[in-house]
Design a protein around this ligand. Structure first.
Ligand code: SAM
Length: 284
């Protein structure tokens, strides 16, 4: 049974780095008029209130997006990529009262000719997702397993596009499923960009290493963005997080690297954090 609920973590620091990366890759794809497909294997609820009991209980949004918005109101970011992302989150929150999850970020950016396929397995989260993101004729919502769903639904029409694989990693097998799904999807969908989020957690070090190795040594071009605390963490705590971008758009590492460094600086985390942006495999 699945028990993870993203409402406790929405808008935290890991969400900021993941959503910042997603935002800029979608923006890159929108530079051309040709339609785009977006597949989200682990969509979550789509929208999150940051004043909810769940959010207040962890305080993660307060240390994440709310601190970022507060800091930028005093001193706007210097980097264009940070400014545009922070501006987007602020406008969304002001207008709707919600922090946007991955489906809502992409739905706000995509155009009428584009398509979104959202998958979610949790019995309650799927109803909230349907309520939050439908009806919209561009959006197709599936109550199903995202790993097998992605393999079944690729290559999508249109062929240009990206997928986000953002598991909760509640099950130890999620790491191996992610690696297997990425390699199979890359084979089935040669034009697809893939974003894979991963947590850095002490007790799952071996599973993460195996997943990372399988994807980064596959020969596919991969950009690995990782933000990790320098402080000692417990076996169960989140020591950091990362995003693998398979088939990254040309030069995106500059945009992402500069932006994430600036976000770390604004949040006052640069002294306590290791940040790396590493390219593996061939560059297309
Ligand atoms: N992508 C969302 C965002 O950025 O706003 C957050 C997703 S959250 C980290 C992971 C979600 O995956 C949870 O809502 C969980 O219920 C769901 N989930 C867990 N296992 C799944 C599976 N095998 N297939 C689809 N969804 C799953």
């Amino acid at each position: 049974m699945l028990s993870y609920r993203h409402a406790y973590h929405a808008g935290n620091q890991a969400d900021i780095f993941k959503h910042f990366t997603l935002f800029h890759i979608v923006k890159y794809l929108l530079q051309k008029e040709t339609p785009v497909a977006y597949l989200d294997t682990h969509a979550g609820a789509g929208l999150y209130r940051l004043d909810s009991e769940a959010s207040s209980k962890t305080g993660e949004a307060q240390a994440g997006i709310l601190s970022l918005l507060e800091a930028q109101s005093k001193l706007p970011p210097k980097t264009d990529s940070t400014q545009s992302f922070v501006g987007f989150c602020k406008t969304f929150l002001d207008k709707t009262g919600y922090y946007p999850g991955s489906p809502a970020i992409v739905a706000s950016l995509l155009r009428s000719q584009d398509k979104l396929i959202l998958m979610e397995l949790h019995n309650n989260e799927i109803d909230i997702l349907k309520h939050n993101c439908g009806p919209d004729k561009r959006i197709h919502i599936h109550h199903r397993d995202g790993f097998t769903g992605l393999e079944a639904l690729t290559p999508p029409t249109p062929r240009r596009g990206l997928c986000l694989i953002d598991p909760s990693y509640e099950l130890p097998g999620d790491y191996a499923s992610t690696a297997q799904t990425v390699l199979e999807t890359a084979r089935r969908w040669p034009a697809g960009i893939m974003l894979i989020w991963y947590p850095v957690v002490g007790r799952r070090e071996n599973q993460l290493k195996a997943m990372h190795h399988a994807i980064c040594t596959s020969g596919l071009p991969v950009l690995d963005i990782c933000v990790q605390s320098k402080n000692a963490v417990t076996e169960y705590g989140l020591a950091g997080s990362g995003i693998l971008v398979v088939r990254p758009p040309w030069n995106i590492h500059h945009t992402l690297g500069l932006g994430i460094r600036e976000i770390l600086e604004i949040l006052g985390l640069q002294e306590d954090t290791f940040f790396s942006c590493t390219r593996h495999g061939r560059s297309d």
